[in-house]
Design a protein around this ligand. Structure first.
Ligand code: COA
Length: 380
């Protein structure tokens, strides 16, 4: 068609810039990631998740006083309304991400700021949703396992409280620190598919609960947030590190993909994976499960020729192993990613609202034109 010839089609919006941002910078060739100008390596080594929440939402690193204020707000936001706990009970047989999406959506009925899209109200809602997401995931995990949900522990930071509300035990400080770092590394990543969904939602002037609900829905797909879970399934399928070369060869020969590898933006090692790799190794030794790490290292080695072509390990390659070693059930892995990403989605929505424009691309039509209409009783 003439129309198709005129347009420049960019399937998958590959390499398309849709706006300007001040939130994060990704250099996919150099493997560089900045949040608000700060290098992810510095942030991962030196900042708590709470500091990152502040940084993403306010644009600057917090002072001690600002951090204490945010911490208090996050702790207040951990308590779920009883109706939300009931919603979780009703939907307990669904996947953790479906329950998270449903409960975040249902929280709109209990948020006094729901109709207010001002930056102040959106920020307040973002903090509350960041805190509530953790309680939703842990409450659901316990209910579906036949246990009673636990009250949040106000003595613990965000990551430690998450592990506590899941298991009922105050976590080892190193486990809590690792969980915290994982949340830091997952907090924001530009206009990925789920953040794009959140921004499209905000572009219609819908509220933050709608945008975060959309973000969770989009993150659920295996091409985006599901890879950590798939990596654990792959490890189980491989069995021992001796089987790795055959597994890689057969999978690639059959046209399959090696999960935890490849990224739309990174064409070198994902800088977030660098941190988790060392941590996963140490954790594997501390938990007496070095075999799991040996399999992952063998996969990494076997994939080296592909990494030279730009298909390198991504953040999810190691995060799944870490969650597993922390005793977290496999089907919660994507929800952990979602919990960490709520501040990123909120920052994206705040930025979209600050200079809003309806996100409405075009499709080039390739179907029939002007067909003669046939009434239903004349159709064969
Ligand atoms: N294993 C094997 N080959 C891979 C691959 C992988 N993990 N990822 C990409 N490729 C190959 C594709 O087969 C394709 O090859 P071809 O051009 O010969 O057909 C090429 O690389 C480009 O793949 P494409 O799907 O177009 O790239 P993308 O940028 O759209 O894909 C992902 C990005 C993440 C969807 C993709 O790398 C993938 O499916 N990875 C596995 C799942 C995963 O780890 N997701 C988490 C991302 S954080």
């Amino acid at each position: 068609m003439a129309e198709t010839e005129k347009v420049q089609l960019r399937r998958g919006l590959r390499d398309v810039y849709i706006d300007r941002t001040q939130i994060s910078f990704i250099d996919g060739k150099a493997g560089k990631l900045l949040y608000r100008g700060y290098n992810i390596h510095d942030l991962a080594e030196s900042c708590s998740f709470e500091e990152i929440v502040y940084l993403l939402l306010h644009g600057t690193l917090p002072t001690k006083v600002q951090l204490a204020e945010l911490d208090a707000l996050l702790k207040q936001g951990r308590k779920l309304p009883k109706e939300i706990v009931e919603t979780i009970r009703i939907t307990k047989n669904a996947h953790s991400m479906d329950v998270l999406r449903t409960a975040i959506s249902a929280l709109s009925a209990f948020d006094s700021d729901i109709t207010d899209n001002s930056p102040e109200a959106t920020l307040r809602k973002g903090i509350r949703l960041t805190a509530a997401a953790s309680s939703i995931v842990t409450t659901h995990a316990r209910i579906r396992d036949g246990k009673e949900p636990l009250e949040p522990n106000p003595e613990l930071g965000h990551a430690a409280n998450f592990l506590y509300m899941l298991s009922g035990e105050v976590p080892h400080p190193e486990d809590a620190a690792l969980m915290d770092k994982d949340f830091v590394l997952h907090a924001e990543h530009g206009i990925n598919a789920s953040s794009f969904a959140a921004r499209v939602t905000a572009s219609t002037n819908a509220d933050l609960h709608c945008a975060v609900t959309a973000g969770v829905a989009v993150l659920k797909g295996p091409a985006h947030g599901g890879a950590a879970e798939s990596v654990m399934h792959m490890v189980n399928e491989i069995g021992t590190s001796d089987n790795v070369p055959t597994y890689i060869r057969d999978t690639l020969k059959g046209g399959g993909r090696i999960v935890g590898f490849g990224h739309r933006v990174y064409k070198t090692t994902d800088p977030r994976a660098v941190h988790l790799r060392e941590d996963a190794k140490r954790l594997g030794e501390r938990k007496g499960q070095p075999d799991l790490i040996a399999i992952l290292e063998a996969v990494n080695e076997a994939m080296e020729p592909y990494c030279r072509k730009g298909i390198c390990q991504n953040v999810d390659f190691w995060s799944g192993a870490i969650y597993h070693l922390l005793g977290i059930p496999t089907d919660l892995f994507i929800s952990i990613f979602a919990m960490g990403r709520v501040p990123g989605w909120t920052a994206q929505v705040l930025e979209q609202f600050s200079n809003n424009i309806l996100l409405r691309p075009l499709l080039t039509y390739e179907g029939e034109h002007d067909l003669p209409f046939v009434p239903i009783d004349k159709r064969s």
